[in-house]
Write a protein that binds this ligand. Structure first.
Ligand SMILES: Cc1ncc(COP(=O)(O)O)c(C=O)c1O
Length: 431
């Protein structure tokens, strides 16, 4: 139990949590309460949260409908295991079939994004009878053995040798094009490069390529709109499946539809994985695919907590509230206003190397110099601290930690966006 005034939470954490569990800020923030887009810390300070627990509290904190559904459910049935069915699970997977791209009618429910990606990898490997995999440079897909092997950033590839074989495809990172080309004259050469990677760095028939629709941890790297179409055409001759990791980009965040891969990028992948915002903060991940692939996943499998009635009910209510409150349209509008405001600031402040993203998945890449594009890593750390002092929470990403991430709840409103931009402009002016 916490003894007030004696031991700081930083000290308590150091003593009993794994050291690898890094927190933001020189003085870690302890949150005690939240409502809508606001959270409060243990000293009574209030913050406008523009990071939403890493793009996860889709409906904001304390949403009434989720809270009531969870409270009611908790009183009757929180857990049954996958050995039994519940209406909550079945209602949820039926709802997913309604909102998923056509033909993707089957869902496997997990507890996290890592577990969802791990499951997708096993499905692809079994289906294709191939152990080779493709991923994108700068990718992040989770913290299990396989998903760490899929990470395209060295700081997240921290499990040592003997990881599953993954070959990496250049990322559509136009601001720092890995092929030294310029969009659109490049004709999406980075997607076409998957052919060369398959032919030179794999067994010639990799099971699948996994790609985040927009790289989150990698620094909000948003591919050009035609990217996934070109990528899918490149993979097709090799029979390589496309897995869209919508752990961050799903649930309307990109502002066009429930899943960004089909609604924003116009592509139906073979498998969609997701988690984070699915249940607006309750733990739930999922793998959505066509029956042909779903049924290749040879059983039996149990998943003790996966698909539990508490999380699946919260997840179904989350989708219903997104629809009822038209939050996808709100994500688009707030995102456009946010991008416009940030791009205005960018004209004045060269430290803002690039402002990018779609909907409410926005990144600002900080650079020491707009010509050399030297990574402004220390500045990004300072930026986070100064925003905290102004009462605003933002995230951080990128291979060198120099990208400010803005991924708030989809209920972010006009007032929140204006307040955010005002604080951002005051802080950026100090650099
Ligand atoms: C794109 C992406 N995929 C997968 C994961 C892993 O999800 P989880 O932390 O729920 O295991 C994350 C987590 O940040 C993610 O951003």
């Amino acid at each position: 139990m916490k003894v007030l005034g004696k031991t700081s939470n930083a000290e308590r954490a150091k003593k009993h949590l794994f050291a690898s569990q890094a927190t933001y800020y020189a003085k870690p923030l302890t949150l005690v309460d939240g409502q809508g887009t606001r959270v409060r810390d243990d000293e009574g300070n209030e913050y406008l949260d523009a990071f939403a627990g890493i793009a996860t509290t889709t409906l904001g904190y304390g949403d009434n409908e989720v809270a009531e559904a969870v409270a009611e459910q908790a009183k009757k049935l929180t857990h049954v295991s996958t050995l039994y069915l519940t209406d909550e699970l079945l209602d949820y997977v039926e709802k997913i079939a309604d909102v998923a791209p056509e033909g993707m009618t089957k869902t496997f429910v997990t507890n996290s994004g890592s577990e969802a990606n791990e499951t997708a990898a096993v499905i692809a490997r079994t289906y294709k009878k191939s152990a080779d995999f493709l991923a994108l440079e700068h990718a992040y897909h989770g913290r299990t053995l396989y998903t760490v092997a899929l990470a395209g950033q060295s700081q997240w590839r921290n499990f040592g040798p003997d990881m599953p074989h993954v070959a990496f495809v250049p990322n559509p990172y136009c601001y720092r094009c890995p092929l030294n080309l310029t969009y659109p004259s490049c004709e999406i050469a980075c997607a076409k490069a998957a052919q060369r990677v398959i032919e030179t760095a794999t067994n010639g028939a990799p099971a699948a390529m996994i790609a985040e629709t927009i790289a989150g941890v990698g620094g909000i790297i948003a591919p050009p709109l035609e990217y996934f179409k070109v990528l899918q055409e490149t993979l097709e001759p090799f029979g390589t499946l496309l897995i869209a990791d919508e752990v961050q980009a799903g649930w309307g965040r990109l502002g066009d539809g429930m899943f960004g891969i089909n609604s924003t990028y116009g592509v139906v992948p073979d498998i969609i994985t997701s988690a984070k915002g699915a249940a607006s903060g309750l733990p739930l991940g999922l793998v959505i695919t066509r029956p042909e692939l779903a049924d290749i996943f040879k059983g039996p499998h149990i998943n003790t907590f996966g698909g539990n009635p508490l999380s699946t009910r919260a997840a179904r209510v989350t989708i219903e509230v997104i629809e009822k409150k038209d939050l996808i349209a709100n994500a688009k509008r707030q995102g456009q206003n946010m991008l416009a405001g940030l791009r205005d600031l960018q004209k004045r402040y060269p430290i803002m190397g690039e402002v990018r993203g779609r909907g409410l998945m926005i990144g600002v890449e900080l650079v020491k110099d707009s010509k050399t594009k030297a990574y402004a890593t220390e500045e990004a750390g300072r930026f986070l601290e100064l925003m905290r002092e102004k009462g605003i929470l933002v995230g951080r990403g990128g291979r060198f930690g120099n990208v400010i991430r803005i991924q708030p709840a989809l209920v972010f409103d006009d007032h929140d966006t204006a307040e955010f931009l005002k604080a951002f402009s005051e802080v950026i002016a100090t650099f």
